[in-house]
Design a protein around this ligand. Sequence first.
Ligand code: KIV
Ligand code: ZN
Length: 523
Amino acid sequence: MSSAHFTAADRNRVLIFDTTLRDGEQCPGATMTFEEKLEVADFLDAMGVDIIEAGFPIASEGDFEAVTAIARRVKNAVVAGLSRAAFKDIDRAGEAVKHARRPRIHTFISTSPVHMKYKLQKEPEAVLQLVIDQCARARNLVPDVEWSAEDATRTEADFLCRCVEAAIRAGATTINLPDTVGYATPEEYRAMFEMVINRVPDADKAIFSVHCHNDLGMAVANSLAGLAGGARQVECTINGIGERAGNAALEEIVMAIRTRNDVLPYATGIEATLLNRASRLVAAATNFPVQYNKAIVGRNAFAHESGIHQDGMLKHTQTYEIMTPESVGVSKTSLVMGKHSGRNAFRDKLKQLGYELGDNQLEDAFVRFKALADRKKVIYDEDIEALVDEGLASAQDRVKVVALTVIAGTMGPQSATLTLDIAGQHQTVQATGNGPVDATFNAIHKLIPHAAKLELYQVHAVTEGTDAQAEVSVRLEGPEGRLVTGRAADPDTLVASAKAYIGALNKLVARGDSRTHAQHGAA
Ligand code: KIV
Ligand code: ZN
Protein backbone atom coordinates (compact mmCIF):
# COMPACT_ATOMS: atom_id res chain seq x y z
CA MET A 1 0.00 0.00 0.00
CA SER A 2 1.66 3.27 -1.03
CA SER A 3 0.76 6.64 0.37
CA ALA A 4 -1.53 7.05 -2.61
CA HIS A 5 -3.56 4.06 -1.44
CA PHE A 6 -3.65 5.03 2.22
CA THR A 7 -7.15 5.92 3.37
CA ALA A 8 -8.63 7.09 6.64
CA ALA A 9 -10.08 3.62 7.11
CA ASP A 10 -6.53 2.32 7.47
CA ARG A 11 -5.69 4.64 10.34
CA ASN A 12 -3.80 2.00 12.25
CA ARG A 13 -2.19 0.31 9.29
CA VAL A 14 1.56 0.78 9.54
CA LEU A 15 3.54 0.67 6.30
CA ILE A 16 6.74 -1.34 6.45
CA PHE A 17 9.53 0.32 4.49
CA ASP A 18 12.45 -2.06 4.25
CA THR A 19 15.87 -0.52 3.69
CA THR A 20 18.00 -3.67 4.00
CA LEU A 21 19.20 -3.15 0.43
CA ARG A 22 20.17 0.49 1.03
CA ASP A 23 20.89 1.49 4.66
CA GLY A 24 21.53 -2.16 5.53
CA GLU A 25 23.91 -2.74 2.67
CA GLN A 26 25.71 0.49 3.59
CA CYS A 27 27.19 -1.08 6.72
CA PRO A 28 30.82 -2.18 6.45
CA GLY A 29 31.16 -5.74 5.19
CA ALA A 30 27.50 -6.27 4.29
CA THR A 31 27.90 -5.84 0.53
CA MET A 32 25.55 -8.03 -1.49
CA THR A 33 26.06 -9.23 -5.03
CA PHE A 34 23.60 -8.31 -7.78
CA GLU A 35 21.87 -11.73 -7.66
CA GLU A 36 21.67 -11.64 -3.87
CA LYS A 37 19.98 -8.25 -4.00
CA LEU A 38 17.36 -9.58 -6.43
CA GLU A 39 16.77 -12.62 -4.26
CA VAL A 40 16.33 -10.48 -1.14
CA ALA A 41 13.99 -8.09 -2.98
CA ASP A 42 11.83 -10.97 -4.22
CA PHE A 43 11.60 -12.35 -0.72
CA LEU A 44 10.70 -9.00 0.84
CA ASP A 45 7.98 -8.56 -1.77
CA ALA A 46 6.56 -12.01 -1.11
CA MET A 47 6.67 -11.37 2.64
CA GLY A 48 4.41 -8.32 2.32
CA VAL A 49 6.85 -5.44 2.70
CA ASP A 50 5.05 -2.27 1.52
CA ILE A 51 8.06 -0.31 0.28
CA ILE A 52 11.44 -1.74 -0.71
CA GLU A 53 14.27 0.77 -0.76
CA ALA A 54 16.35 -0.94 -3.42
CA GLY A 55 19.49 1.22 -3.30
CA PHE A 56 21.13 4.56 -3.96
CA PRO A 57 21.27 4.74 -7.78
CA ILE A 58 23.81 7.58 -8.09
CA ALA A 59 26.25 5.82 -5.74
CA SER A 60 27.61 3.42 -8.37
CA GLU A 61 26.80 1.74 -11.67
CA GLY A 62 26.18 -1.47 -9.71
CA ASP A 63 23.62 0.22 -7.45
CA PHE A 64 21.88 1.74 -10.46
CA GLU A 65 21.67 -1.63 -12.21
CA ALA A 66 20.38 -3.35 -9.09
CA VAL A 67 17.67 -0.74 -8.44
CA THR A 68 16.62 -0.88 -12.10
CA ALA A 69 16.40 -4.68 -12.09
CA ILE A 70 14.49 -4.73 -8.79
CA ALA A 71 12.09 -2.07 -10.09
CA ARG A 72 11.37 -4.24 -13.13
CA ARG A 73 10.66 -7.45 -11.21
CA VAL A 74 8.90 -6.48 -7.95
CA LYS A 75 5.22 -7.37 -8.19
CA ASN A 76 3.50 -5.67 -5.26
CA ALA A 77 5.71 -3.36 -3.24
CA VAL A 78 6.57 0.25 -3.99
CA VAL A 79 10.21 0.40 -5.12
CA ALA A 80 12.17 3.38 -3.83
CA GLY A 81 15.54 4.76 -4.90
CA LEU A 82 17.46 7.16 -2.65
CA SER A 83 18.88 10.49 -3.76
CA ARG A 84 20.56 13.51 -2.23
CA ALA A 85 19.26 16.99 -3.02
CA ALA A 86 21.20 17.42 -6.28
CA PHE A 87 19.17 17.26 -9.50
CA LYS A 88 21.51 14.70 -11.09
CA ASP A 89 20.96 12.41 -8.06
CA ILE A 90 17.20 12.78 -8.26
CA ASP A 91 17.13 12.21 -12.02
CA ARG A 92 19.29 9.10 -11.66
CA ALA A 93 16.97 7.73 -8.98
CA GLY A 94 13.97 8.52 -11.20
CA GLU A 95 15.65 6.76 -14.13
CA ALA A 96 16.22 3.62 -12.05
CA VAL A 97 12.77 3.33 -10.43
CA LYS A 98 10.73 4.35 -13.48
CA HIS A 99 10.30 0.68 -14.49
CA ALA A 100 8.52 -0.15 -11.24
CA ARG A 101 4.79 -0.65 -11.12
CA ARG A 102 4.85 1.72 -8.15
CA PRO A 103 7.99 3.88 -8.21
CA ARG A 104 9.10 6.19 -5.41
CA ILE A 105 11.94 8.70 -5.19
CA HIS A 106 13.29 9.14 -1.68
CA THR A 107 15.23 12.38 -1.46
CA PHE A 108 16.93 13.78 1.64
CA ILE A 109 18.94 16.67 3.00
CA SER A 110 20.37 17.47 6.44
CA THR A 111 18.50 20.00 8.53
CA SER A 112 20.36 20.05 11.87
CA PRO A 113 22.67 23.01 12.67
CA VAL A 114 25.74 20.80 12.97
CA HIS A 115 25.11 19.08 9.61
CA MET A 116 24.20 22.30 7.78
CA LYS A 117 27.23 24.18 9.07
CA TYR A 118 29.96 21.52 8.78
CA LYS A 119 28.71 18.95 6.28
CA LEU A 120 26.69 21.00 3.82
CA GLN A 121 28.34 24.36 4.60
CA LYS A 122 25.07 26.07 3.80
CA GLU A 123 22.86 28.60 5.54
CA PRO A 124 19.42 27.36 6.68
CA GLU A 125 17.61 29.50 4.06
CA ALA A 126 19.66 27.88 1.28
CA VAL A 127 18.81 24.44 2.64
CA LEU A 128 15.12 25.36 2.76
CA GLN A 129 15.27 26.34 -0.91
CA LEU A 130 16.93 23.03 -1.74
CA VAL A 131 14.12 21.18 0.06
CA ILE A 132 11.59 22.90 -2.21
CA ASP A 133 13.65 22.31 -5.34
CA GLN A 134 14.41 18.65 -4.61
CA CYS A 135 10.80 17.73 -3.84
CA ALA A 136 9.46 19.58 -6.89
CA ARG A 137 12.05 17.93 -9.14
CA ALA A 138 11.24 14.45 -7.81
CA ARG A 139 7.50 15.04 -8.02
CA ASN A 140 7.89 15.92 -11.70
CA LEU A 141 9.30 12.44 -12.25
CA VAL A 142 7.04 10.26 -10.08
CA PRO A 143 3.81 10.74 -8.12
CA ASP A 144 5.20 9.14 -4.95
CA VAL A 145 7.91 11.25 -3.29
CA GLU A 146 9.47 10.78 0.12
CA TRP A 147 11.44 13.56 1.72
CA SER A 148 13.76 12.98 4.70
CA ALA A 149 15.16 15.57 7.09
CA GLU A 150 18.48 13.93 7.85
CA ASP A 151 19.41 14.32 11.54
CA ALA A 152 15.86 15.48 12.27
CA THR A 153 16.16 14.68 15.97
CA ARG A 154 18.92 17.28 16.36
CA THR A 155 17.14 19.87 14.21
CA GLU A 156 15.74 23.07 15.66
CA ALA A 157 11.92 22.71 15.93
CA ASP A 158 10.84 25.85 14.02
CA PHE A 159 13.20 25.12 11.14
CA LEU A 160 12.10 21.48 10.98
CA CYS A 161 8.45 22.58 10.72
CA ARG A 162 9.26 25.08 7.97
CA CYS A 163 11.12 22.42 5.99
CA VAL A 164 8.35 19.84 6.37
CA GLU A 165 5.71 22.35 5.33
CA ALA A 166 7.76 23.34 2.28
CA ALA A 167 8.40 19.71 1.32
CA ILE A 168 4.70 18.84 1.43
CA ARG A 169 3.79 21.95 -0.53
CA ALA A 170 6.42 21.07 -3.17
CA GLY A 171 5.00 17.58 -3.64
CA ALA A 172 6.34 15.20 -0.97
CA THR A 173 3.80 12.52 -0.07
CA THR A 174 5.82 10.91 2.74
CA ILE A 175 7.81 12.80 5.35
CA ASN A 176 10.56 10.90 7.13
CA LEU A 177 12.08 12.29 10.33
CA PRO A 178 15.12 10.10 11.04
CA ASP A 179 17.07 9.72 14.22
CA THR A 180 20.16 9.52 12.05
CA VAL A 181 22.69 9.25 14.86
CA GLY A 182 20.62 7.13 17.28
CA TYR A 183 20.55 9.91 19.86
CA ALA A 184 16.86 10.32 20.73
CA THR A 185 14.93 8.74 23.59
CA PRO A 186 11.43 7.33 22.97
CA GLU A 187 9.71 10.24 24.77
CA GLU A 188 11.59 12.81 22.72
CA TYR A 189 10.98 11.01 19.45
CA ARG A 190 7.26 10.72 20.07
CA ALA A 191 7.05 14.39 21.09
CA MET A 192 8.84 15.47 17.89
CA PHE A 193 6.21 13.77 15.70
CA GLU A 194 3.34 15.19 17.74
CA MET A 195 4.85 18.67 17.53
CA VAL A 196 5.46 18.58 13.76
CA ILE A 197 2.10 16.99 12.92
CA ASN A 198 0.27 19.56 15.10
CA ARG A 199 2.13 22.57 13.81
CA VAL A 200 2.50 21.93 10.07
CA PRO A 201 -0.71 23.12 8.32
CA ASP A 202 -0.92 20.39 5.64
CA ALA A 203 0.50 17.56 7.72
CA ASP A 204 -2.53 15.38 6.93
CA LYS A 205 -1.55 15.40 3.24
CA ALA A 206 1.51 13.24 3.94
CA ILE A 207 2.34 10.03 5.75
CA PHE A 208 4.94 10.48 8.46
CA SER A 209 7.74 7.98 8.79
CA VAL A 210 10.17 6.85 11.48
CA HIS A 211 13.78 5.86 10.70
CA CYS A 212 15.90 5.00 13.74
CA HIS A 213 19.48 3.97 14.26
CA ASN A 214 20.53 1.80 17.15
CA ASP A 215 23.57 3.58 18.59
CA LEU A 216 22.09 3.57 22.10
CA GLY A 217 20.09 0.37 21.59
CA MET A 218 16.79 2.27 21.33
CA ALA A 219 15.99 2.00 17.60
CA VAL A 220 12.96 -0.27 17.97
CA ALA A 221 11.64 1.52 21.09
CA ASN A 222 12.03 4.86 19.33
CA SER A 223 10.30 3.61 16.18
CA LEU A 224 7.30 2.39 18.20
CA ALA A 225 7.22 5.69 20.09
CA GLY A 226 7.15 7.51 16.75
CA LEU A 227 4.02 5.54 15.82
CA ALA A 228 2.40 6.70 19.06
CA GLY A 229 3.28 10.23 17.95
CA GLY A 230 1.38 9.81 14.67
CA ALA A 231 3.84 8.24 12.20
CA ARG A 232 2.47 5.42 10.04
CA GLN A 233 5.54 4.21 8.18
CA VAL A 234 8.48 2.41 9.78
CA GLU A 235 11.86 2.23 8.06
CA CYS A 236 13.73 -0.84 9.17
CA THR A 237 16.02 -3.66 8.05
CA ILE A 238 16.10 -7.44 8.35
CA ASN A 239 18.31 -8.47 11.30
CA GLY A 240 18.65 -4.76 12.11
CA ILE A 241 21.69 -4.39 9.86
CA GLY A 242 22.72 -0.86 8.93
CA GLU A 243 25.16 1.97 9.50
CA ARG A 244 27.24 1.65 12.72
CA ALA A 245 25.05 -0.12 15.31
CA GLY A 246 22.37 -0.72 12.68
CA ASN A 247 18.75 0.23 12.03
CA ALA A 248 15.56 -0.82 13.79
CA ALA A 249 15.03 -4.55 13.10
CA LEU A 250 12.00 -5.28 10.93
CA GLU A 251 11.26 -8.58 12.67
CA GLU A 252 11.24 -6.91 16.10
CA ILE A 253 8.89 -4.13 14.98
CA VAL A 254 6.47 -6.60 13.40
CA MET A 255 6.44 -9.01 16.33
CA ALA A 256 6.22 -6.26 18.96
CA ILE A 257 3.10 -4.98 17.19
CA ARG A 258 1.62 -8.49 16.94
CA THR A 259 2.50 -9.64 20.43
CA ARG A 260 1.61 -6.44 22.28
CA ASN A 261 -1.33 -5.36 20.16
CA ASP A 262 -3.12 -4.42 23.38
CA VAL A 263 -0.82 -1.42 23.78
CA LEU A 264 0.46 -1.14 20.18
CA PRO A 265 -2.85 -1.19 18.32
CA TYR A 266 -1.42 -1.26 14.78
CA ALA A 267 -1.39 -3.69 11.89
CA THR A 268 1.23 -4.47 9.28
CA GLY A 269 0.93 -6.47 6.07
CA ILE A 270 3.89 -8.73 6.91
CA GLU A 271 3.53 -12.52 6.79
CA ALA A 272 5.33 -13.16 10.09
CA THR A 273 5.92 -16.85 9.45
CA LEU A 274 8.47 -15.81 6.82
CA LEU A 275 10.57 -13.76 9.24
CA ASN A 276 12.96 -16.55 10.13
CA ARG A 277 13.69 -17.35 6.48
CA ALA A 278 14.14 -13.66 5.68
CA SER A 279 16.68 -13.45 8.47
CA ARG A 280 18.59 -16.49 7.20
CA LEU A 281 18.52 -15.20 3.65
CA VAL A 282 19.91 -11.78 4.57
CA ALA A 283 22.50 -13.27 6.93
CA ALA A 284 23.71 -15.54 4.13
CA ALA A 285 23.67 -12.81 1.47
CA THR A 286 25.59 -10.33 3.62
CA ASN A 287 27.76 -12.95 5.37
CA PHE A 288 26.74 -11.17 8.54
CA PRO A 289 25.98 -13.71 11.27
CA VAL A 290 22.94 -13.16 13.49
CA GLN A 291 23.88 -12.94 17.17
CA TYR A 292 22.68 -16.00 19.08
CA ASN A 293 20.48 -14.04 21.48
CA LYS A 294 19.04 -11.68 18.85
CA ALA A 295 15.32 -11.09 19.51
CA ILE A 296 12.92 -13.07 17.28
CA VAL A 297 15.46 -14.63 14.87
CA GLY A 298 18.50 -15.51 17.01
CA ARG A 299 19.34 -19.18 17.40
CA ASN A 300 18.50 -18.97 21.13
CA ALA A 301 15.38 -16.82 20.79
CA PHE A 302 13.13 -19.81 21.54
CA ALA A 303 15.58 -22.07 23.38
CA HIS A 304 14.96 -22.82 27.05
CA GLU A 305 18.08 -23.99 28.81
CA SER A 306 17.65 -23.65 32.55
CA GLY A 307 15.94 -26.45 34.49
CA ILE A 308 13.37 -24.10 35.99
CA HIS A 309 12.41 -22.72 32.58
CA GLN A 310 12.26 -26.17 30.97
CA ASP A 311 10.06 -27.41 33.80
CA GLY A 312 7.74 -24.43 33.36
CA MET A 313 7.58 -24.93 29.59
CA LEU A 314 6.66 -28.57 29.95
CA LYS A 315 3.78 -27.63 32.27
CA HIS A 316 2.52 -24.77 30.12
CA THR A 317 4.33 -23.06 27.22
CA GLN A 318 2.97 -19.65 28.17
CA THR A 319 5.02 -19.74 31.36
CA TYR A 320 8.09 -18.59 29.44
CA GLU A 321 6.94 -18.06 25.86
CA ILE A 322 5.25 -14.80 24.83
CA MET A 323 4.99 -15.84 21.16
CA THR A 324 5.31 -19.22 19.51
CA PRO A 325 8.34 -20.17 17.42
CA GLU A 326 5.92 -21.23 14.66
CA SER A 327 4.55 -17.67 14.45
CA VAL A 328 7.91 -16.51 13.08
CA GLY A 329 8.56 -19.60 10.99
CA VAL A 330 10.67 -21.65 13.38
CA SER A 331 9.31 -25.17 13.53
CA LYS A 332 8.84 -26.54 17.01
CA THR A 333 10.75 -29.77 16.64
CA SER A 334 13.98 -29.37 14.81
CA LEU A 335 14.70 -33.10 14.89
CA VAL A 336 12.83 -34.41 11.90
CA MET A 337 14.04 -36.79 9.28
CA GLY A 338 16.34 -39.74 8.88
CA LYS A 339 17.43 -42.23 6.28
CA HIS A 340 14.16 -44.15 6.50
CA SER A 341 12.04 -41.14 5.63
CA GLY A 342 10.29 -41.50 2.30
CA ARG A 343 9.55 -39.14 -0.58
CA ASN A 344 6.15 -38.09 0.77
CA ALA A 345 7.48 -37.20 4.20
CA PHE A 346 10.29 -35.28 2.51
CA ARG A 347 7.82 -33.41 0.29
CA ASP A 348 5.72 -32.56 3.36
CA LYS A 349 8.75 -31.35 5.24
CA LEU A 350 9.75 -29.08 2.35
CA LYS A 351 6.27 -27.65 2.28
CA GLN A 352 6.42 -27.00 6.01
CA LEU A 353 9.72 -25.19 5.51
CA GLY A 354 8.16 -23.00 2.83
CA TYR A 355 9.66 -24.55 -0.33
CA GLU A 356 7.64 -25.30 -3.43
CA LEU A 357 9.77 -27.36 -5.79
CA GLY A 358 9.04 -28.71 -9.24
CA ASP A 359 9.18 -32.50 -9.75
CA ASN A 360 12.79 -32.54 -11.00
CA GLN A 361 14.01 -30.24 -8.26
CA LEU A 362 12.22 -32.37 -5.67
CA GLU A 363 13.77 -35.56 -7.03
CA ASP A 364 17.24 -34.01 -7.03
CA ALA A 365 16.80 -32.73 -3.46
CA PHE A 366 15.50 -36.13 -2.33
CA VAL A 367 18.53 -37.96 -3.79
CA ARG A 368 20.88 -35.57 -2.02
CA PHE A 369 18.88 -35.84 1.21
CA LYS A 370 19.27 -39.64 1.11
CA ALA A 371 22.99 -39.30 0.51
CA LEU A 372 23.28 -36.97 3.48
CA ALA A 373 21.16 -39.26 5.68
CA ASP A 374 23.59 -42.08 4.93
CA ARG A 375 26.41 -40.02 6.39
CA LYS A 376 24.67 -38.17 9.19
CA LYS A 377 22.50 -39.81 11.82
CA VAL A 378 20.28 -36.88 12.59
CA ILE A 379 18.93 -34.58 9.89
CA TYR A 380 17.67 -31.25 11.19
CA ASP A 381 15.47 -28.71 9.41
CA GLU A 382 18.54 -26.53 8.96
CA ASP A 383 20.29 -29.39 7.12
CA ILE A 384 17.40 -29.71 4.71
CA GLU A 385 17.25 -25.96 4.13
CA ALA A 386 20.99 -25.85 3.39
CA LEU A 387 20.69 -28.80 1.03
CA VAL A 388 17.76 -27.39 -0.92
CA ASP A 389 19.20 -23.86 -1.12
CA GLU A 390 22.48 -25.24 -2.45
CA GLY A 391 20.70 -27.43 -5.01
CA LEU A 392 18.62 -24.53 -6.32
CA ALA A 393 21.74 -22.38 -6.66
CA SER A 394 23.83 -25.00 -8.48
CA ALA A 395 21.25 -26.48 -10.85
CA GLN A 396 22.74 -24.80 -13.95
CA ASP A 397 26.42 -25.26 -13.05
CA ARG A 398 28.77 -26.31 -15.87
CA VAL A 399 31.52 -27.36 -13.46
CA LYS A 400 30.90 -29.78 -10.61
CA VAL A 401 33.03 -31.32 -7.89
CA VAL A 402 33.31 -35.07 -8.47
CA ALA A 403 35.89 -36.17 -5.89
CA LEU A 404 38.31 -34.67 -3.42
CA THR A 405 40.99 -36.30 -1.30
CA VAL A 406 43.01 -34.14 1.06
CA ILE A 407 46.07 -35.00 3.10
CA ALA A 408 46.28 -32.74 6.12
CA GLY A 409 48.06 -32.76 9.46
CA THR A 410 51.26 -31.56 11.08
CA MET A 411 53.56 -32.72 8.28
CA GLY A 412 53.07 -30.13 5.55
CA PRO A 413 52.76 -29.19 2.84
CA GLN A 414 49.18 -30.37 2.76
CA SER A 415 47.95 -31.71 -0.55
CA ALA A 416 44.67 -32.08 -2.40
CA THR A 417 43.69 -34.37 -5.28
CA LEU A 418 40.65 -33.01 -7.02
CA THR A 419 38.45 -34.30 -9.83
CA LEU A 420 36.07 -31.89 -11.51
CA ASP A 421 33.39 -32.51 -14.08
CA ILE A 422 33.96 -29.71 -16.59
CA ALA A 423 31.13 -29.62 -19.13
CA GLY A 424 30.82 -33.40 -19.01
CA GLN A 425 34.52 -34.30 -18.91
CA HIS A 426 36.31 -35.50 -15.79
CA GLN A 427 39.71 -33.92 -15.10
CA THR A 428 41.97 -34.60 -12.11
CA VAL A 429 44.90 -32.68 -10.62
CA GLN A 430 46.98 -32.63 -7.48
CA ALA A 431 48.16 -29.50 -5.69
CA THR A 432 49.84 -28.58 -2.43
CA GLY A 433 49.22 -25.58 -0.21
CA ASN A 434 49.68 -23.94 3.11
CA GLY A 435 46.90 -25.89 4.81
CA PRO A 436 44.18 -28.12 3.37
CA VAL A 437 41.93 -25.28 2.21
CA ASP A 438 44.78 -23.57 0.39
CA ALA A 439 45.73 -26.89 -1.25
CA THR A 440 42.13 -27.43 -2.36
CA PHE A 441 41.82 -23.94 -3.81
CA ASN A 442 45.19 -24.32 -5.56
CA ALA A 443 43.91 -27.52 -7.17
CA ILE A 444 40.86 -25.65 -8.43
CA HIS A 445 43.15 -22.97 -9.82
CA LYS A 446 45.18 -25.56 -11.69
CA LEU A 447 42.10 -27.00 -13.36
CA ILE A 448 40.40 -23.67 -13.95
CA PRO A 449 43.01 -20.94 -14.33
CA HIS A 450 41.33 -17.63 -13.58
CA ALA A 451 42.08 -14.10 -12.46
CA ALA A 452 39.32 -13.87 -9.85
CA LYS A 453 40.37 -12.71 -6.37
CA LEU A 454 39.21 -14.41 -3.18
CA GLU A 455 37.36 -11.72 -1.23
CA LEU A 456 35.85 -13.79 1.57
CA TYR A 457 36.01 -17.32 2.90
CA GLN A 458 33.64 -18.10 5.76
CA VAL A 459 32.64 -21.34 7.47
CA HIS A 460 29.91 -21.99 9.96
CA ALA A 461 28.27 -25.09 11.37
CA VAL A 462 24.67 -25.57 10.21
CA THR A 463 23.71 -27.39 13.42
CA GLU A 464 25.41 -28.63 16.56
CA GLY A 465 27.66 -31.69 16.96
CA THR A 466 30.90 -32.83 15.37
CA ASP A 467 29.03 -34.42 12.45
CA ALA A 468 27.25 -31.13 11.67
CA GLN A 469 27.32 -29.90 8.10
CA ALA A 470 29.73 -27.08 7.43
CA GLU A 471 28.21 -24.25 5.43
CA VAL A 472 30.89 -22.42 3.48
CA SER A 473 30.62 -19.08 1.69
CA VAL A 474 33.19 -18.03 -0.88
CA ARG A 475 33.07 -14.59 -2.42
CA LEU A 476 35.16 -13.88 -5.52
CA GLU A 477 35.82 -10.65 -7.32
CA GLY A 478 36.06 -11.23 -11.06
CA PRO A 479 38.69 -9.44 -13.18
CA GLU A 480 35.99 -7.00 -14.28
CA GLY A 481 35.09 -6.12 -10.72
CA ARG A 482 31.98 -8.33 -10.45
CA LEU A 483 31.35 -9.83 -7.03
CA VAL A 484 29.87 -13.32 -6.84
CA THR A 485 29.21 -15.61 -3.91
CA GLY A 486 29.16 -19.41 -3.89
CA ARG A 487 27.68 -21.33 -0.99
CA ALA A 488 27.72 -25.02 -0.17
CA ALA A 489 27.07 -27.34 2.74
CA ASP A 490 28.59 -30.73 3.47
CA PRO A 491 29.60 -32.68 6.57
CA ASP A 492 33.15 -32.40 5.19
CA THR A 493 34.34 -28.80 5.48
CA LEU A 494 36.82 -29.19 2.62
CA VAL A 495 34.27 -30.64 0.23
CA ALA A 496 31.93 -27.77 1.11
CA SER A 497 34.81 -25.33 0.52
CA ALA A 498 35.58 -26.77 -2.91
CA LYS A 499 31.91 -26.75 -3.89
CA ALA A 500 31.43 -23.16 -2.70
CA TYR A 501 34.50 -22.00 -4.65
CA ILE A 502 33.34 -23.81 -7.78
CA GLY A 503 29.84 -22.38 -7.27
CA ALA A 504 31.27 -18.86 -7.30
CA LEU A 505 33.38 -19.57 -10.41
CA ASN A 506 30.32 -20.97 -12.18
CA LYS A 507 28.52 -17.72 -11.50
CA LEU A 508 31.37 -15.68 -12.96
CA VAL A 509 31.30 -17.81 -16.11
CA ALA A 510 27.52 -17.65 -16.34
CA ARG A 511 27.79 -13.86 -16.19
CA GLY A 512 30.26 -13.86 -19.06
CA ASP A 513 33.16 -12.38 -17.14
CA SER A 514 35.42 -12.48 -20.18
CA ARG A 515 38.75 -13.36 -18.63
CA THR A 516 37.32 -16.11 -16.47
CA HIS A 517 35.34 -17.26 -19.47
CA ALA A 518 38.26 -17.34 -21.90
CA GLN A 519 40.45 -19.36 -19.60
CA HIS A 520 37.67 -21.65 -18.52
CA GLY A 521 37.84 -24.91 -20.38
CA ALA A 522 34.06 -25.12 -20.18
CA ALA A 523 33.30 -21.93 -22.01
O1 KIV B 1 19.70 7.75 8.79
C1 KIV B 1 19.33 8.56 7.93
O2 KIV B 1 19.10 9.75 8.19
C2 KIV B 1 19.16 8.07 6.57
C3 KIV B 1 18.53 9.00 5.59
C4 KIV B 1 19.21 8.98 4.27
C5 KIV B 1 17.08 8.69 5.46
O3 KIV B 1 19.45 6.93 6.29
ZN1 ZN C 1 19.68 5.68 8.12
